[in-house]
Design a binder for this molecule. Structure first.
Ligand SMILES: [Ca+2]
Length: 151
């Protein structure tokens, strides 16, 4: 008696490349009283595998002094403000991983240093040092001119 068996063999590409973050470390400043869900920065890792699972990347906030200050979107890598930011330390160091979906899974790690400011300083940081000095001198000149005129 002869039995016929059909086998289906799926050949998958090997997971050759680990995801690689654009940088080993990221730095960002964030205003302590930002609204929850405010964008902080987006982490990106590139994986050169062309097959879907091997090249798909997920992001995880692994450890660090997070204190619930930020949340990380696992698919997009976007870091956003969370409720805990208002009570966080002024400097937080977080560790994130980018892991592909291949077998075995490969990953990369990066750190994020967050400086939590108590004052919204966008108007200050948009000026250079020399612009700030020039504006300060201009203000002092105007004050001294007003003082002389009022005498
Ligand atoms: Ca890969």
């Amino acid at each position: 008696m002869l039995t016929q068996v059909h086998l289906k063999i799926i050949v998958a590409e090997k997971n050759q490349f680990a995801p690689k973050f654009e940088r080993d470390s990221y730095t960002a400043e964030v205003f302590r009283y930002s609204d929850p869900d405010t964008h902080v920065l987006t982490l990106r890792a590139t994986d050169f595998d062309t097959e879907a699972h091997n090249g798909d990347v997920s992001y995880v906030l692994e450890e660090g002094d997070n204190e619930g200050a930020v949340v990380l979107d696992g698919s997009s890598g976007e870091l956003r403000v969370a409720e805990g930011l208002r009570k966080a330390k002024t400097r937080l160091v977080l560790y994130v991983t980018a892991t592909d979906h291949g077998s075995p899974r490969l990953q990369d790690r990066a750190n994020v240093t967050l400086h939590v400011r108590n004052i919204s300083g966008t108007h200050v940081t948009s000026l250079s040092y020399f612009e700030l000095v020039a504006k300060s001198l201009q203000t002092l000149f105007q004050i001294s001119l007003l003082c002389r005129l009022s005498k």
